[in-house]
Every structure is written in structure tokens, then in C-alpha cells.
Design a protein around this ligand. Structure first.
Ligand code: 4NP
Length: 152
């Protein structure tokens, strides 16, 4: 399974989703590929926001080596699933999709709510971390269930 996590800047939310997903799939011994990207181009080449690095560190994860990049149409070929944080990300990523198959790859990370942009909200990083972790664990559960029902 190849998973891409996407937000607007690729410095706050999707680097957390990238680091958390990578960690939990490794815990399970799975050989999944996980990456992240932003719809915007402002921070290309930068490390994650220091507040995301700090909150991840609080939970024992080091995301400081990640490097911001912008999503491209080629990501639809490289990845099986593309998870976005909010409705604007959803619209922006869907606007890059070329086919119905591309569109089917794109989903909100959380089924029933959006992960709010914490860029201007210093106190939101812990909430965002927990929401993203919850989303990642549910995605893993769902994929593993689907996999085991396919192999029956
Ligand atoms: P992210 O947060 O989409 O979670 O990475 C943002 C980071 C930067 C900006 C907006 C959102 N920005 O406008 O630079």
C-alpha cells in the first residue's frame, strides 16, 4: 500500500500524518510507503513547522528530517490512496485528478470531520496531533480488514 498525506502547506498537518502513519505501519511490521505533500508551493524545501516538530517529539516521534514538497499529477500514479485534511485540500487535489480512478484515490483523512489548519493557532497542535493519529489508526484498521476479507 502506498499512501500520500496532503494538506495546504505540507509543514503542519500532513508532516504529522506522514510521521504517525509511518510509525504505526512499522509497528505492525508492514512494508507500506508513506509520504506527504502540500497543495501550495510556499514552503517547498523546508522542514516541518517547529510546532509540529515539537508536538511530534512530545509523542516520541521525530519528523524533523521531512522536506516539504508540492503535490503533482504524478502522485496519482505513485500512490494508491491520497488522504487530505480539509475540504479545500479535497477540492484542490480533485482538480488535479485526470480520471475517475484518480478521483477515487482521494479521501478526507477523517470520515466525519476536517482536520483544522493550526498555522495561526498555536494551541491547536495537540488537538491536531490527536485527530491525525485517530485518523491514521482507523485507516490502518480499515485497510487490514479489507485485505483480510480479500484473502478469504
Ligand atoms: P498546513 O498548515 O497546511 O497544515 O501545513 C499551513 C501552513 C502554512 C500555510 C498555511 C497552512 N501558509 O499559508 O503558509
Amino acid at each position: 500500500m502506498k499512501i500520500l498525506m496532503v494538506c495546504l502547506g505540507n509543514i503542519c498537518r500532513s508532516p504529522l500524518a506522514h510521521g504517525i502513519m509511518e510509525h504505526i505501519v512499522r509497528e505492525k511490521g508492514l512494508d507500506w510507503e508513506v509520504d506527504s505533500a502540500g497543495t501550495g508551493d510556499w514552503h517547498i524545501g523546508s522542514a516541518p513547522d517547529r510546532r509540529s516538530i515539537a508536538i511530534a517529539k512530545n509523542y516520541g516521534l521525530d519528523i524533523s528530517n521531512q522536506c516539504c514538497r508540492q503535490i503533482t499529477v504524478l502522485d496519482f500514479e505513485r500512490f494508491d490512496r491520497i488522504f487530505v485534511m480539509d475540504k479545500m485540500n479535497l477540492r484542490d487535489v480533485l482538480s488535479l485528478a485526470r480520471t475517475e480512478e484518480d478521483k477515487r484515490k482521494v479521501k478526507l483523512l477523517l470520515d466525519t470531520e476536517v482536520v483544522p489548519d493550526p498555522y495561526y493557532e498555536d494551541d491547536q497542535f495537540d488537538t491536531v496531533y490527536k485527530m491525525v493519529e485517530d485518523g491514521c489508526r482507523k485507516i490502518l484498521e480499515k485497510e487490514l480488514k479489507a485485505e483480510s476479507s480479500r484473502s478469504l
